[in-house]
Design a protein around this ligand. Sequence first.
Ligand code: MN
Length: 241
Amino acid sequence: MNTSHPRRKFIQQSAKAGIALSIGSVLSPKTKANEIQPIPFAQTPLSYAFNALEPNIDAMTMEIHYTKHAATYTKNLNDAAAIEFKGENISLEEAMKKISQYSPKLRNNGGGHFNHELFWKCMQPGTSTLHEGGLKQAIISSFNSFENFKSKMSDAALTRFGSGWAWLVVAADKKLAIGSTANQDNPLMDVSPIKGIPLLGLDVWEHAYYLKYQNRRAEYVNNWFNLVNWKFVEERMIKLG
Ligand code: MN
């Protein structure tokens, strides 16, 4: 039998998948499935269309970013977590607090998954307005003015050399702070130069802006502020207490 024939191989693989599926379906999800993979991480569907953030972020960039880059982080996180979490029902946030104990694969893809899930929610189509309220007060109290906050956040985004993220976080002292991280690290991680719970994250990897802005990161960052979903950021801050 010629097993290298693509069609035959496909049929064989489908048959194997069929067997695996029928065994899997009779297992209790609370026992065997959890021992194999504690948390199958998944991308949350976007609450807006790929073209909804235009002209600030173009549809093609959004589509590739969400369906290719971010999807790959999620897949690779699941692969790494299946091995490294060893069936322990640990949340991604808890794992990040001791990320130095895990592999670079879990660090890069765990950060990649978490950061992008937050990033999509931090943006919205339409007018972006920070209304009077707790978040605005906290921003003014921490940075003197909204304009000063924006300037500091932009600086963090523009001075991050290479790929990374700029962050607004709630620090341990409950004050807001701004900083940046390299690659897919984030402020929850024990390896991060800025520590805290991220409220707002700005992706400054070239894949986030290159098709439209090429080398003009400053223009991307400036336009990105038109998209910030301040309502989401404020609700996130309130939830943290
Ligand atoms: Mn990205």
